[in-house]
Design a protein around this ligand. Structure first.
Ligand SMILES: [Fe+2]
Length: 217
């Protein structure tokens, strides 16, 4: 397979940026980088399953480091498709409310390969995202969204892998269907089915449901 030489070493387009540690997903050192994502196919194996990654979340300690990373992705033709802004304030209708503990700085970048990288940073010190980073570190993968054709079939498959759905049914809205699952270690994955023209990684009500479910961990 063709390899790309970068300051971080050599990457193959089919390589995985993740490893699993006691059931949790983490970015391997040097892989959550703009250089890696610039050439990655977004096709990989997680939990033994060959998947196409729709989007993944990279966490930052603050908004400044998030913006610096977004600028690095832009150098590789990354294009902003969501944000930057504070979720939900700058993304959702005014009547949409979510406890401030769950607010985040959010920006999503579409890479030339078609994969999406969601950048998140805590809104306030000590909030849910800040605690997530304190507990699991910056290499932690908050969640990975996997493209599927049939949510019901995929759901059965992931349930056999110790992943439990966080809602009884998929959350559906705005040409985006999403279903969130968590394993016993606490790793969240998302199964997603979208209309091709829609590049959003969330629909306000959908992600609200996910974020609320995290508080039940
Ligand atoms: Fe997502």
């Amino acid at each position: 397979m063709k390899q790309l030489e970068t300051s971080k070493g050599k990457f193959s387009p089919g390589e995985s940026p993740f490893w699993e540690k006691s059931g949790l997903l983490e970015f391997k050192p040097g892989y959550a980088t703009s250089e890696f994502f610039a050439q990655w196919s977004f096709q990989t194996k997680i939990y033994g399953e060959a998947v196409e990654v729709d989007h993944l979340v990279v966490s930052f300690p603050d908004f400044t480091s998030l913006e610096n990373y977004a600028a690095a992705l832009a150098k590789f033709q990354g294009k902003i498709v969501e944000g930057p802004g504070v979720f939900p304030l700058e993304f959702c209708p005014q009547n949409y409310t979510l406890t401030t503990d769950l607010w985040i700085h959010l920006e999503t970048i579409l890479m030339p390969s078609g994969g999406l990288i969601v950048l998140q940073a805590p809104h306030t010190e000590g909030d849910r995202t800040d605690r997530f980073i304190q507990e699991r570190g910056l290499a932690a993968v908050h969640h990975v969204a996997i493209k599927v054709d049939d949510l019901q079939t995929a759901a059965l498959n992931w349930q056999e892998k110790d992943f439990t759905p966080l809602s009884l049914e998929p959350v559906v809205g705005d040409s985006l269907s999403q279903w969130f699952f968590r394993n016993s270690a606490g790793q969240i994955i998302e199964l997603i089915n979208r209309s091709p023209e829609n590049q959003a990684t969330f629909f306000c009500q959908n992600i609200g449901g996910l974020r609320m479910s995290e508080t039940q961990v």
